[in-house]
Design a protein around this ligand. Sequence first.
Ligand SMILES: O=C(O)[C@H]1O[C@H](OP(=O)(O)OP(=O)(O)OC[C@H]2O[C@@H](n3ccc(=O)[nH]c3=O)[C@H](O)[C@@H]2O)[C@H](O)[C@@H](O)[C@H]1O
Length: 432
Amino acid sequence: MPSLEEELFPSTPGKFKGDRGHNMNRQVYRCFASTSTMFLWALFLIALTASYLSFQGFVDSGSRYLSASWGGINWEKQLRSSAQIQRQGGFSVLVTGAAGFVGSHVSIALKRRGDGVVGLDNFNDYYDPSLKRARKSLLETHGVFIVEGDVNDAKLLAKLFDVVAFTHVMHLAAQAGVRYAMVNPHSYVHSNIAGLVTLLEACKNADPQPSIVWASSSSVYGLNDKVPFSEADQTDQPASLYAATKKAGEEITHSYNHIYGLSVTGLRFFTVYGPWGRPDMAYFSFTRNILQGKPITVYRGKNRVDLARDFTYIDDIVKGCLGSLDTSGKSTGSGGKKRGPAPYRIFNLGNTSPVTVPTLVSILERHLKVKAKRNIVDMPGNGDVPFTHANISSARREFGYKPTTDLQTGLKKFVKWYLSYYGYNHGKPVNY
Ligand SMILES: O=C(O)[C@H]1O[C@H](OP(=O)(O)OP(=O)(O)OC[C@H]2O[C@@H](n3ccc(=O)[nH]c3=O)[C@H](O)[C@@H]2O)[C@H](O)[C@@H](O)[C@H]1O
């Protein structure tokens, strides 16, 4: 049987074996070999520990590596204070993705009207995290505390529900973006599927169970060509992994509604834009490039048909989110047991007036007073759909949803914010 040393350092035939004239060398070699063996073992153990820890961090959502920045008496005090309800019949809402575009706007609107709000956000770097930090600072001035953590962290979620009896969860944390799904598919599964299930588990176990309102997407209509898109239409032709994960979310939430009596409302947002928006979206990156004199790429559909989107202004979306929360109805279960049927709803939140992408560019040019360098190319097959158009009669009927901002007006407000935020107005304050 070869020794471990021999296995790790097998003798090279003819070099050391039986080479009596090289005893000294052999001793040196043995000494070196045993030191090396120890070194290799140490390396092996370190690698094993590291891979175990990273595996734990990934799989065990309760791992301290996901939850390092939370806990303690002071932290709990901040939670309770932020969740404090300031109006009769008000809510205490956990807003996931609170440092995101829609999340920050919804959090402020809820707080303004006297609801308690606790934010949760992992501040990932999908786009410039400094913008998320700036939104966080803004929320702090409104008395909203954001917990830094991930929706995949089951221990953190359990702790949050332990400290605050949330009446509602506004779940907006997600991996957004249609085309990025081809670059990083797993981040969509991680956030939009695994994270959603972890959150639903926490909600199901909570006592009382909260009502859940969450962000689905217009992209679930995929390649449908019947317009306008209505909630009753089939949604089984997703054109991107992003869309597929949002569609999966609708099915997953349905099962939790069915089994555990969770009240669930899914909101299909239609290309939301506005101040404090997402830099990865076209209107935002076009603005940046136009101001910097760089070309923009404008996709064009089949047969040279312009692409169109039902662009929806953030303030209209916020009204839709609040209306959904107000009419969500209660979850019926407690401690993981269903006690009766609970509402399950899905609503389109769009603007009902699609605008083509070239028109969007023309509006930006007017507001920015700079001509764009347009580079028109055929739409690459990377997840885009040719157009979106919402039928919003369900949301109108249920909670009076009525968008009031057209693209021209909304982009004017966005541009004003953009110029101010990025210092184009030389520090002058701006109202948008
Ligand atoms: O409603 C949704 O559920 C989704 O809306 C948004 O997706 P989209 O409607 O694709 O918005 P966005 O990327 O701004 O592209 C707008 C238009 O510009 C075109 N486009 C885009 C980039 C480019 O370089 N050139 C271009 O022509 C492009 O072809 C498209 O026609 C959210 O990002 C997504 O997270 C999700 O919320």
